[in-house]
Ligand binder design. Sequence first.
Ligand SMILES: *Cc1c(COP(=O)(O)O)cnc(C)c1O
Length: 350
Amino acid sequence: MTAVAVIDAVLSIDLAAVVANWRRLAAVHGAPCAGVVKADGYGLGAVPVGRALAGAGCGHFFVAHLAEGLALRAALGPGAMVAVLNGFAAGADGDAGLTPVLNSLADVAAHQGRPGILQLDTGMARLGVPPEEWGLLDGLAPLLLMTHLAVADQPEHPLNAMQAGRFAAARARFPGVPASLAASSGIFLGPDFASDLARPGAALYGLNPTPGRPNPMLPVVRLDAPVVQLREIPAGTPVGYGAAWVAERPSRVATVAAGYADGYLRALSGRAIASFQGQPVPLIGRVSMDLTTFDVTDLPGLRAGDALTLIGPGGGGGCTPDEVAERAGTIGYEILTSLGARYRRQYQQA
Ligand SMILES: *Cc1c(COP(=O)(O)O)cnc(C)c1O
């Protein structure tokens, strides 16, 4: 009855698919793409992803924090540009040769005489120099001019065209300076959003940059969690914390080794679908810290030690990162960046 499987959940990351996605995005954009690898490469490993992309010819990387930039530079060696989106104090990168993103007039002043990327705010009011201060930037020669779109995942939203228009006006003030506008979703907005360098993150990792339409990207991530225990329970038996699920029929319950401490969000309680050999497997009861329960009554072939796919490429079960996110009431970005440290990570090399 009881089987103890001393195995971890396995997070498989297909680096060849990341590289193929990067190439596909550049083809759609009609210009090179950087690799955005902030937040440890959206939870998938900034260093392995960075190495795979650099090996394929990617010459520009974006991280958010100085420490992320230093770690990536140490792994990649000299060569590719490693830019820090949140910026950093002048000299704080030592000899690492990181590129600061200058997000304000104060940043520009602090990095006087040193090349940086100039971020302009064209309608997001988050980071970047706002339009009313652009007149104070005359004479500056940044390495790259960039802005970020607020609603690129909603192609019909009027703010997209407004931001593109403001950015075009800004570019006219910096003749000869290359420009970067689109991230993942912006790449699919058409020629008005073209620039010299796109900055995709999410789409590299297989998230759908065109929500509501078929996903043009290859899947990258797969999470298989082993069944630690299988139980046969009579009708009327409650399962898990809060007795939140009660068997309506004699049932077979699989308990797998992954929970909210692994980033399998508690909000998925009673809502997620996993898959086993292409068959959908409903999550029952509450997700707990280290364990999650599934109804496998209709899967008589399942054995303890088999793995359920909690996140996978789709085609049965409905557990792509975007689908899991929807069931948790969030976005795929949060599913990926929440992926826990306890998974055994397995990389398929590019
Ligand atoms: C995170 C980020 C990106 C990448 O966005 P995706 O939607 O993941 O492609 C690009 N540019 C900036 C400024 C960002 O903060």
